[in-house]
Design a binder for this molecule. Structure first.
Ligand SMILES: [Zn+2]
Length: 260
């Protein structure tokens, strides 16, 4: 009988989104807007646009400048999420020219975890929170040639790890079952338009899962999305609360875990 019940439940989950997360306000999907590298254009442009729309974003900080600390603290106190992106942003040497002491090959999993631990201390000093999420620099999870994600999981240093890729299956996935060391996200090329950005949220709404946007510069800096495209996305999200629920990534993951 137990076996039969298990089969019935698995069938019910398999045929539709019946087992997908029940998002707040009956929304079909969740959207998290994330911003990497502690860029000043995020403070100058992205954050005010988010606030104007009534949204809160997630900012993965790396290479924080002392003069910007009060502004990051201000964002945290108004409900934005600050998260860990290491101190020195070590990427594979092949990605771009960098000081050879601060490329991923020069680290070990242990030394990288030490750095993540210290960046957590900075984040706690800024936002007063005990725990933080994490995003892999350049989406690469190797230190000294060794994948460090399982060591990071075991360490308990971070609440989740946001990557840089997303598959069509991810948009339909039961977010509550996401492997928290492999949270999918999508970046966009420079010149991306508002409608192209909006399509990602529409795809998530159709799938019932979540869309995690990955931004760098907003109307400035590098890998930038233009201010008009960014604002067009925010306006669409604000206008479609029955389609999408917008929240910081940690809040989305917490909700999904608590509402299977
Ligand atoms: Zn980065």
């Amino acid at each position: 009988m137990k076996a039969l019940l298990a089969i019935v439940i698995s069938l019910a989950c398999g045929v539709s989104a019946a087992c997908a997360t029940q998002w707040p306000n009956g929304a079909k999907a969740a959207v998290a807007l994330t911003y990497d590298d502690a860029l000043v254009s995020q403070l100058d442009n992205a954050a005010p646009a988010l606030e104007a729309a009534g949204f809160r974003g997630t900012f993965f900080l790396s290479g924080v400048k002392a003069g910007d600390v009060p502004r990051w603290r201000g964002l945290a106190s108004s409900g934005h999420e600050l998260a860990n992106h290491t101190i020195f942003h070590a990427c594979p040497a092949a990605n771009y020219p960098a000081d050879p002491r601060y490329v991923a090959e020069a680290y070990t999993p242990a030394s990288l975890l030490k750095e993540i631990e210290q960046q957590n201390v900075l984040l706690t000093a800024i936002d007063g929170k005990a725990r933080h999420g994490f995003a892999t620099p350049c989406g690469a999870s190797k230190a000294g040639g060794v994948d460090y994600l399982e060591a990071l999981r075991a360490s308990g240093l971070v609440t989740y790890v946001r990557g840089v890729v997303v598959t069509p299956e991810d948009l339909k996935a039961d977010v509550g079952k996401t492997d928290l060391m492999h949270v999918p996200a999508r970046g966009f090329p420079e010149g991306v338009t508002g409608p192209q950005l909006i399509d990602f949220a529409k795809d998530a709404a159709a799938g019932g899962g979540m869309a995690v946007y990955l931004f760098h510069g907003v109307g400035g800096d590098y890998l930038q999305v233009s201010n008009p495209a960014h604002q067009e996305l925010l306006a669409w999200l604000k206008g479609h609360p029955k389609e999408v629920w917008v929240a910081p990534l940690q809040e989305v993951l917490d909700w999904a875990a608590a509402h299977p």
